[in-house]
Design a protein around this ligand. Structure first.
Ligand code: HEC
Length: 125
């Protein structure tokens, strides 16, 4: 009974005094977030495992624009054909290899392979 009474009650003085400032800072916060996203100031985090094990063939941003990548005619990892595959399929390719790509399940842990799947998702166009 006592609780019920307290719930809906807002300390009047506090909301009146604070509402303007709160709104202003909320607007500022939203503006900052929008700016942050639109300038793509997002630092791109490329896993070390990608640099060490994948870059030679798949290139920067998975574009496949390295000498080996071009020879192997690799599809960009950000392309629709690659992105339409499920996380499990991408995980399986990296674990077991495909065609001229070696298997990585002995070199990398499952967590590392999942991180690579997540990284590949960030390359989606
Ligand atoms: C020796 C070169 C080589 C290396 C190193 C390599 N790959 Fe590949 N990768 C390939 C080839 C070849 C394919 C098969 C392309 C195809 O199916 O046409 C492939 C396919 C893939 C695919 C599926 C793409 C598609 O077109 O469907 C993914 C995802 C992938 N690799 C991720 C990785 C990741 C992550 C690493 C690092 C752990 C890696 N690869 C290392 C050569 C390589």
């Amino acid at each position: 009974m006592h609780n019920k009474e307290r719930k809906g009650r807002v300390p009047q003085a506090a909301t009146h005094a604070g509402s303007h400032n709160f709104r202003a800072s909320l607007e500022l916060m939203i503006a900052t977030i929008v700016l942050f996203l639109s300038t793509s100031a997002f630092p791109e985090i490329v896993p070390d495992t990608y640099k060490a094990h994948c870059h030679a063939c798949h290139g920067s941003n998975g574009a496949g624009d390295t000498m080996i990548g071009k020879n192997l005619k690799l599809r960009p990892l950000g392309s629709h054909d690659v992105q339409q595959q499920s996380d499990e399929e991408l995980f399986a390719v990296i674990s077991k290899g495909r065609d001229r790509m070696p298997a990585f399940d002995r070199k990398l842990t499952k967590d590392q392979i999942w991180d690579l799947v997540k990284y590949i998702r960030t390359l989606r166009k």
